[in-house]
Design a protein around this ligand. Structure first.
Ligand code: GLA
Length: 390
C-alpha cells in the first residue's frame, strides 16, 4: 500500500514537476476570499483593505472559509532605479499591510499584468517578472492575479494568431516560473477573459484558476449570461486548477436577494472561486447570510473537486447538477424568468434512485425521503438548491 503511494507520488512529481505540485497544494479547493475591484475599483487604499480584513473576521466570513484579501489594480507606483516596483501613495507599506492581514489569520493577494501597463494604466510586469515575483514574496504576498491588459498590444504585433498565442502562453509561464523560484507558495490567477480556450491550457502554464469570460457586473442579465454560459467546461476543472467565471457581486446592491442566491448557488455548482466583491464593512444580514451559508460553501468546496454542469434545460428553466463526496449530489433548479414557476423533476432522470433523501439548502430544511418526482416552486430569477443523498 505504502509502496504504491510512494510510486504514485514520484510519478506525479515526474509528470508535473515541483511547480505543479506547489500549484495543487495552494488551491486544492477553489480559492475563497475578497477582491477590491467590483466595489472599489481604483478607490482602494491601505486603510480600506485593513477595514475589509477586519470585517471579514467580524462578519464571520473568515470562519466560513474566506481567506484571501486581494488587492486588484491601482496599487502600483513607479519603478525604482534598480527596476524594483514600488507602491503608490495609497499603499505606503505593503509589507506592513501583509503583516496586518496575516495577523488576522488571512492571506494577501495582489495584481499585475504581463504587459507594460495594467488595464487601469498602471505599471505592469513586462520585462520585470522575476524581480516582481521576488518583491511580492518579500512583501509576503500569497496570491497573484495576472491580467493580460496591454500584453494584447504585443500579441497584435506578433504577425499571426499562432505566434500571438505562443507569446501569451510564454508570458504566463514566465511569471509562474518566477513565482516558483521565490519558494513562496502563491495562488496564480490567470485573467485574459477566456481567450484561446484558456481552460484547455491554463493549468499547463501554472494557472490555479483562469477567468473564462469578460468582466461581470452587478446585474442579473450579465451575471446569469456569464454563469449559464459555463456549461460544458466542467472537465477542465479539478483540484489545483479551476474555471473562474469572475468575482462575486453579492451585496453590491443592484440585484435582489433571489438573484444573489442564484449567483451564489450557480458559482457553487460551478466549483468557482468565491471572491466576494462587495464592501464587507456595510453588509446587510441577507448579504452575510448568502455569503456565509455553510451548506452552499460546502458544495462549492466539495473535496472531490468535480465541477457541476447543466443537466437539463427547457426555455427559461434549467437544472444543473454536481456530484459530491460520498455519493451525494447538488441539484440546482433555476428559473430564468422574472415571474415564479413550478419546475418538476424526476430523480431517476438525473441518474438518482427513485427514492432519495432531499434537503432544501437555502431554506435549511430537510424535505424527507421523496419518491419519483419533486415539484420545485422557484421564484422569478431564483433557484431551489437541493442536496440529495441516496
Ligand atoms: C480587467 C479585469 C478586472 C479588473 C480590471 C482592473 O478588466 O478583468 O477584473 O482586474 O481589469 O483594471
Amino acid at each position: 500500500m505504502i509502496k504504491k503511494a510512494v510510486v504514485a507520488s514520484v510519478l506525479m512529481m515526474l509528470a508535473c514537476g515541483s511547480g505543479k505540485a506547489q500549484q495543487t497544494t495552494v488551491a486544492a479547493t477553489p480559492p475563497m476570499g475578497w477582491n477590491s475591484w467590483n466595489h472599489f475599483a481604483e478607490k482602494i487604499d491601505d486603510a480600506t483593505v485593513r477595514a475589509q480584513a477586519d470585517a471579514m473576521v467580524s462578519s464571520g466570513m473568515r470562519d466560513a472559509g474566506y481567506v484571501y484579501i486581494n488587492i486588484d489594480d491601482t496599487w502600483e507606483g513607479t519603478r525604482a532605479a534598480s527596476g524594483e516596483i514600488q507602491t503608490n501613495q495609497k499603499f505606503p507599506d505593503m509589507k506592513a499591510l501583509a503583516d496586518y492581514v496575516h495577523g488576522k489569520g488571512l492571506k494577501l493577494g495582489i495584481y499585475s499584468s504581463p504587459g507594460p501597463k495594467t488595464c487601469a494604466g498602471y505599471e505592469g510586469s513586462y520585462g520585470h517578472e522575476e524581480q516582481d515575483a521576488a518583491t511580492y514574496a518579500k512583501w509576503g504576498i500569497d496570491y497573484l492575479k495576472y491580467d493580460l491588459c496591454s500584453f494584447d498590444e504585443i500579441m497584435k504585433k506578433a504577425g499571426s494568431p499562432e505566434v500571438a498565442h505562443k507569446l501569451m502562453l510564454e508570458a504566463y509561464t514566465k511569471m509562474h516560473e518566477a513565482i516558483v523560484k521565490t519558494g513562496r507558495p502563491m495562488v496564480f490567477s490567470l485573467c485574459q477573459y477566456g481567450a484561446d480556450h484558456v481552460w484547455e491550457w491554463g493549468a499547463s502554464v501554472g494557472g490555479n484558476l483562469w477567468r473564462t469570460t469578460d468582466d461581470i457586473s452587478d446585474r442579473y442579465d450579465r451575471m446569469s449570461v456569464i454563469g449559464f454560459q459555463q456549461a460544458g467546461l466542467a472537465k477542465f476543472a479539478g483540484p489545483g486548477h479551476w474555471n473562474d467565471p469572475d468575482m462575486l457581486e453579492v451585496g453590491n446592491g443592484k440585484m435582489n436577494v433571489e438573484e444573489y442566491r442564484t449567483h451564489m448557488a450557480l458559482w457553487a455548482l460551478l466549483a468557482a472561486p468565491l471572491l466576494a466583491g462587495n464592501d464587507l464593512t456595510t453588509m446587510s444580514p441577507e448579504t452575510i447570510a448568502i455569503l456565509t451559508n455553510r451548506e452552499v460553501i460546502a458544495i462549492d468546496q466539495d473535496k472531490l473537486g468535480k465541477q457541476g454542469d447543466r443537466m437539463w434545460a427547457q426555455g427559461s428553466q434549467e437544472i444543473w447538477g454536481r456530484e459530491l463526496e460520498g455519493g451525494a449530489m447538488a441539484l440546482a433548479i433555476f428559473n430564468r424568468f422574472e415571474w415564479p414557476q413550478t419546475i418538476e423533476m424526476s430523480f431517476v432522470r438525473f441518474g438518482l434512485k427513485d427514492r432519495v433523501k432531499v434537503r432544501d439548502v437555502w431554506a435549511g430544511k430537510d424535505l424527507g425521503t421523496l419518491s419519483g418526482k419533486y415539484a420545485a416552486h422557484v421564484p422569478g430569477h431564483g433557484v431551489v438548491l437541493l442536496r440529495v443523498t441516496q
